[in-house]
Design a protein around this ligand. Structure first.
Ligand SMILES: *Cc1c(COP(=O)(O)O)cnc(C)c1O
Length: 281
């Protein structure tokens, strides 16, 4: 495991594990011949579904929040290059995307489809993410991940060995609802809720995809993806500085996101840089 080296850590150790959590969430959702799902114009979930469709040979439809903007941004261009067809819902309609009425309308237009929720978080996704801890070598006390919709955290916590804790860092503002959401996802996947996890709400930096000068400096220093990973790592380092972890605590930080190789897979120029890490010694 790579180790994050920073004098501010003292005797606390932080190990970095790269994981394409969006692909992991899809693993047990594959099978249907046609998958329709939802996302914003830069959604990593949309890209992951498109790439999986190309690789495994199923049809994909991406329903995007907002109006169509041409030319497509690099993220959507990549999805289309993978064979995804796009549809759009304006912001008001998009808020109702998970209602039976909207879904009936989408089925009318797109035929027989299996619908995955925005962000891909459902019971099957949770079971996919629960496999992550079992793949980790090394010994650790706490495992951290960024939290968007909560599926990744729900799974990681469910898969943890005895005596370990999971700590999620919310990247949205006003994300108190996520505690209920993670519990709901665990219950849906396993019929029970674990008590080995919590969510820190203090490092959203203004909200989803928002940033601040301090966070920008942090991103420049550590060369990490800015929407999710930087907020988690900033939070970990800040909490360590505040003495929130006892000396000697071993933390695994899950650096989520798609490696550049998988982003390039569909042959589309993406211009997306998930931040090839430059923090090795
Ligand atoms: C989607 C995503 C997350 C959040 O995962 P959830 O399961 O939605 O909480 C974290 N990091 C990256 C890079 C992501 O794309």
């Amino acid at each position: 495991m790579e180790e994050l080296l920073d004098p501010a850590l003292g005797s606390v150790r932080v190990f970095l594990v790269h994981d394409d959590n969006k692909a992991r969430k899809l693993r047990y959702n594959l099978g249907p011949a046609r998958i329709l799902t939802f996302g914003g114009a830069y959604s990593g979930h949309i890209r992951a579904v498109a790439a999986a469709g190309l690789r495994h040979g199923f049809e994909t439809i991406g329903v995007i929040r907002g109006e169509e903007h041409l030319p497509l941004n690099p993220s959507l261009a990549h999805a289309v290059a993978c064979g995804m067809r796009l549809d759009y819902l304006d912001r008001a309609a998009y808020r109702l995307k998970h209602t039976a009425e909207t879904q009936a309308r989408l089925r009318e237009r797109w035929g027989e489809v299996t619908i995955l929720p925005e962000g891909g978080s459902n019971a099957a996704a949770v079971r996919g993410c629960a496999e992550l801890p079992g793949e980790l070598g090394g010994d650790y006390d706490v495992i951290c991940c960024p939290v968007g919709t909560g599926g990744t955290l729900a799974g990681i916590a469910a898969g943890l060995p005895e005596g370990r804790r999971a700590l999620g860092f919310a990247v949205l503002k006003g994300a108190g609802f996520l505690t209920g959401e993670v519990a709901r996802l665990q219950r849906e996947a396993y019929g029970r809720v674990w008590s080995n996890w919590s969510i820190n709400l203090d490092y959203h930096f203004g909200g989803y995809a928002r940033t601040t000068p301090a966070l920008k400096r942090f991103i420049a220093k550590y060369q990490v993806e800015g929407v999710y990973v930087a907020k988690m790592l900033y939070g970990i380092l800040d909490l360590v500085r505040q003495g929130a972890f006892p000396g000697g605590t071993r933390i695994v930080a899950v650096v989520t996101g798609q490696p550049l190789t998988s982003v390039a897979e569909c042959g589309a120029p993406t211009g997306l840089d998930s931040g090839e890490p430059r923090w090795r010694r």
